[in-house]
Every structure is written in structure tokens, then in C-alpha cells.
Ligand binder design. Structure first.
Ligand SMILES: [Zn+2]
Length: 493
């Protein structure tokens, strides 16, 4: 008996615009694909939020006993500056500006991506394929679409013929656009493009002579279009038809629309049953943008080194903050919001820390199974983490009541209660029971004070080599010593 046999998920499907009962193609198995990052810069906090939403979905599906194959790719080629097949390849551009190899760019930011996700306690996906590792598969898909007459070749590039496709299928089905509006709203071709129509999209682009990232193909030495890689990698590992495809709201059009068209073109069937989109993250009520300064890097939350926040926050506090909003609503990132979440997070952890000390009684004054089901109901209702968290705070209330003798649970009920709290807080929400940031700062202060004393002794003994070594090596890890009349103090950056 698996939990998924009694707990039934309803999830919001962007394709139908409704919450639908979730029914996997193969009972007990779930195939889920999420568009991963384009690794040409440090991972954006908005992307972290999107990936965290699907980390929570992955965790919950696993908790229910599903065997989940979760594929999240790394885009290391083909993503141009402009989504409409224009501009430079983002990775190639960064490589040119930094005078390093494109694959050095890819390596640097893939490592950064993994580091940040690890700090936020993400589970790794089952497979993390790269676009450059699947060039052959992408070429095969282009051949199929050409054979079906739904793409055309011009000057070594291949484009998907949206108008031809739309004669028998529906382009715009996901983002609810119709082709007439698209034609009306798309800029006229500037004469530079080989496309027949502006809404067509590239499957293969012939590389300019100076373009480093190029592969041979039947049409030219070039590189695949960005939308194609996700079709190639999702169908390779999950089949032509799979359960869940996720990504950020901004990918709905054109990226996901093009994936549907490519899948339909190859197999005459829609590739995905449920399309899920996570909403965006804004900061202080405005769009986050480096250019306006309304911006924070994930690492700056942990260090406190950003003018928009007043202190450092533990990664689990930031994770808790993000999960307090439903994945389909816009989340406003503010210092006050983080402060409130921090309070709530430690209240939850303080309660969990005394859970093992609770004594059981002869009878129960709380119907614990109803409370437990309400936790499942929240997650079954389109992964409603804020409602789940409200239920967990109900649990905090129980813990305090039992501790003070104002409520009671039998031994069995208490065991169910503890197991449920632990499962939802740690396994499903993915929180980590960290000690407070302040505590670690206290410990740091103690250690630095000790080093200051050793340094004073060294100076008294005229051992300036040692005293300088202590000062310089502390500076290297970001701790500055200041010698004054009152003695030595320190500051961190
Ligand atoms: Zn994608």
C-alpha cells in the first residue's frame, strides 16, 4: 500500500487553465521535466524560487511513494540573447567578454548553480543532462520535422514553419495566443533573417565563422535552437509522452509553446499531460533587475552583504520564506518579510526541538488523524505550502499545549504526530534544523577574541611575525582587526 493510493493530488494545469486530478501515465511512476538554468551568470534568485517549487513537488511525490524520474537540464549552448533567435549566444558572449573558453563559462556557473542549490538543501534531480551532450538527438528530431514538411532549410539554417503547423494543429495552445494575433504583433522581418515568417523559430542555426560553439550537421556547421534541446532531452529520458513539465512563468511563451509544437510535429500527440508554471519573484514591489540596483544574489542573503537587507539569513530561513507563498503567486522579497519568516522558522524549530520530551497520556484530547489529513489536504490541493505551514503551526500549538499539560496524546497518537511533523517539515518542505545565525556569530566572536589575545601575547613577546600572520590571515577570511587605545576590536565584511 502506497500513500498515493489514498492521497489524491489535484494540480493546476496551465494547458487547461484548471486544477485537474493527477493521474500518471504509468501507475506509481512519474516522469517530470523542468527547464534548467542557462549557465552564463550566477543563478538568479527568481530562478531559485522556480527550482525550489519543483524541488518541493519532487519531494512530495516521492513521499507519497511514487517512483519519480526527475530530469532537469543544463542549457550550455543555443540560448541566444533574444528569445526570437536573434543576438549572440549568451554563453559565447560571456566567454568573449571574459576572454575564456565557453566551456569555462559553463563550468564556472554550473558549479555556482549547484553550490547555491546545495545551500538551499535541494535534492539533486535523477538526471541532469546538457544541451551539448545531446546534439545528435537534436539533429535527429530536426530530420523528422523536415520529413513531415513542418520545417524548411534556408542558407544552412532550419526553421519551424509555424503557419504550416497551424493548418492542422494549434500553435499557441498553452499560452492562449492565436497565430493571427502573433502575426499582427510580431515585428516585421528586418531583411537580415532567413525566416519565411517572423513567428517561425530556429531548429538549427548556421554558425558565423567566428562562432566557437559549432557542430557539424546535414545543413551546416552550426548549433541547435534553444527550444529544441528540451524536446530532445525530455523525450530521450521520459519518452514521447510524459507526465509533468515545469518551468518559470516566463518560459510559457515562446519556449514551452515551441516544445509542444516540436513534440506534436514528431509524434502527432501532445508530449506532456500536465504543464506547471511557477510565478515570479519581485523585490520591494518591483521587478528585480541588476541595472536598477533592485537586485540581490542568493549568496548575499546568507552573508547579509546587500543594502536591501539588514542582516544575514540562514538558507533555511530564506527557503521557509519562499515556501510561505504558493508557487503560483507572485512573491515579494523584502527584508521585513524575511524577518517575519525568521521568527516563524525558529518558533517552528524550537517546538520541534522539544517534541521528543513530550510525555504521552492515557487518552488523546486532539484528533491527530484529522490534523494529519489536513496537512496532506493542503499539499494535495496544488501543493499549497502556505496552508501546509499554517497546519504545522497548529502542530506547534499542540506541542506547547501538551508540554504545559493543557492537551494530551496517547503513545500511538504522539508517535503519529511526531512522524508527521518531521515528514512535512524536513522531507517535504526540505527545511534544515539549523541553530540561529546569531548563535554562530557568538561562536565566531569567541574564537576571534581568543586569536586577539594570542596576538597580544605575541606582540608582548615581540613575535611580530606571528602577530602579523594572525592579522593578515583573519583579513583573508573577511575579518578585520582594528588596534585602538581601548585594545583591539574586529569587524567582518
Ligand atoms: Zn526548456
Amino acid at each position: 500500500m502506497h500513500l498515493f493510493q489514498t492521497q489524491h493530488i489535484k494540480l493546476y494545469n496551465t494547458l487547461s487553465g484548471q486544477k485537474e486530478a493527477f493521474k500518471p501515465i504509468n501507475e506509481g511512476h512519474v516522469g517530470m521535466y523542468v527547464c534548467g538554468p542557462t549557465v552564463y551568470s550566477n543563478v538568479h534568485l527568481g530562478n531559485v524560487r522556480t527550482f525550489m517549487s519543483f524541488d518541493m513537488v519532487f519531494r512530495y511525490l516521492k513521499h507519497l511513494g511514487y517512483k519519480v524520474r526527475f530530469v532537469r537540464n543544463i542549457t550550455d549552448a543555443g540560448h541566444l540573447e533574444n528569445d526570437a533567435d536573434a543576438g549572440e549566444d549568451r554563453i559565447a558572449k560571456k566567454a568573449r567578454l571574459e576572454e575564456i573558453e565557453p566551456m569555462e563559462v559553463v563550468q564556472r556557473y554550473t558549479v555556482d548553480f549547484h553550490n547555491i542549490l546545495n545551500k538551499f538543501n535541494f535534492l539533486p534531480p535523477s538526471i541532469e543532462p546538457t544541451a551539448t551532450g545531446h546534439i545528435i538527438e537534436q539533429i535527429e528530431i530536426i530530420k523528422t520535422i523536415l520529413d513531415k514538411g513542418l520545417a524548411y532549410e534556408v542558407n544552412g539554417s532550419v526553421y519551424f514553419d509555424v503557419l504550416k503547423y497551424n493548418e492542422t494543429k494549434q500553435y499557441g495552445i498553452l499560452s492562449k495566443r492565436n497565430v493571427e494575433d502573433l502575426i499582427h504583433n510580431t515585428r516585421e522581418l528586418d531583411g537580415q533573417s532567413d525566416k519565411k515568417n517572423p513567428q517561425d523559430f530556429a531548429l538549427w542555426k548556421k554558425a558565423e565563422p567566428q562562432h566557437i560553439m559549432r557542430w557539424p550537421s546535414p545543413w551546416s556547421d552550426g548549433f541547435p535552437g534553444w527550444h529544441l534541446e528540451c524536446t530532445a532531452m525530455s523525450t530521450k529520458y521520459l519518452g514521447d509522452h510524459f507526465d509533468i513539465h515545469g518551468g518559470g512563468m516566463d518560459l510559457k511563451f515562446p519556449h514551452h509553446e515551441c516544445e509542444i509544437a516540436q513534440g506534436e510535429a514528431c509524434n502527432d500527440a501532445s508530449p506532456v499531460n500536465y504543464w506547471m508554471h511557477a510565478n515570479m519573484l519581485i523585490m520591494n514591489g518591483k521587478k528585480m533587475a541588476k541595472s536598477t540596483g533592485n537586485f540581490i544574489l542568493p549568496n548575499e542573503i546568507f552573508s547579509g552583504d546587500n543594502p536591501h537587507i539588514t542582516k544575514a539569513y540562514a538558507p533555511s530561513v530564506a527557503r521557509f520564506f519562499m515556501l510561505q507563498a504558493h508557487y503560483r503567486s507572485i512573491l515579494d522579497f523584502t527584508n521585513n518579510g524575511l524577518l517575519a519568516s525568521e521568527k516563524g522558522f525558529y518558533r517552528l524549530m524550537d517546538a520541534i526541538n522539544i517534541m521528543d520530551e513530550l510525555k504521552s497520556s492515557e487518552s488523546s484530547s486532539i484528533t491527530i488523524l484529522d490534523w494529519k489529513q489536513s496537512c496532506y489536504d493542503a499539499m494535495n490541493d496544488d501543493f499549497n505550502s502556505p496552508i501546509l505551514i499554517a497546519n504545522l503551526f497548529e502542530g506547534v500549538k499542540f506541542i506547547n499545549q501538551i508540554k504545559e499539560g493543557n492537551a494530551s496524546l496517547t503513545h500511538d497518537d504522539l508517535e503519529i504526530f511526531k512522524a508527521t511533523m518531521n515528514a512535512f517539515v524536513f522531507d517535504i518542505l526540505g527545511l534544515v534544523n539549523v541553530t540561529k545565525v546569531e548563535t554562530s556569530t557568538d561562536k565566531l566572536s569567541g574564537a576571534v577574541e581568543l586569536l586577539i589575545q594570542i596576538r597580544q601575547q605575541a606582540r608582548a613577546n615581540k613575535d611580530f611575525a606571528l602577530s602579523d600572520k594572525i592579522r593578515d590571515e583573519l583579513a583573508e577570511v573577511g575579518i578585520q582587526l582594528q588596534d585602538g587605545k581601548e585594545g583591539t576590536t574586529f569587524s567582518t565584511n
